[in-house]
Design a protein around this ligand. Sequence first.
Ligand SMILES: [Zn+2]
Length: 209
Amino acid sequence: MPISKLFAKDVYSLFIDRGSVSPISQQRWEESFNIEISDEKWNTIYSLAFKCTIESKLQAFQYKMLHRIVSHNYLLEKYKLSLTNECASCKEIETIEHKCFECTEIKQFWREFSNWWYLVFGVKLFLNKDSVIFGVLNSDNLVLNYCILQAKYYINYVKNTQLDRLLISVQAFLKFLKRRLNILEYLYLSKDKHESFVDRWGDLWKLFN
Ligand SMILES: [Zn+2]
């Protein structure tokens, strides 16, 4: 079954089932970031998407990210699903790390994202490759981690649908985020939990309304 079709509870059970956690992808991340990650920290990494959102689409996306199966041209070309392994923006090889953080264009996006965050919440962010891909683990700010997750999803969405690459900007992302927040509010409403929505998302929601 495609991951996008899984329900949140299915994805969650995949996460907490240690047998399904791929040691290969963990090893690859540790090599990529040149760090060792304890089992406890891996648990924090795997559970973060479930703490910061109730949207199964985002949880499934992060699951694919952590297992390194988010599409990228290096992988697609390897399986003959793309004619090129290059990034459409800068022509370097498009790995997951490149697509989400290392590309000059995307680094600029994250700089703008950090500026926006500072402007609206007065907190300086120091985003690097691992805090973008895994989330900011030393922060209990779930709204921040939600926004980072949405931003990664947005970058992947724009790149995968080959929309005009100029669309990758914080300005365009904020329009996307506003729509996603409206959907999230509806999800809470449908569960009769609007108060919980306001508690958690109120400060962010106010920026758009
Ligand atoms: Zn690039």
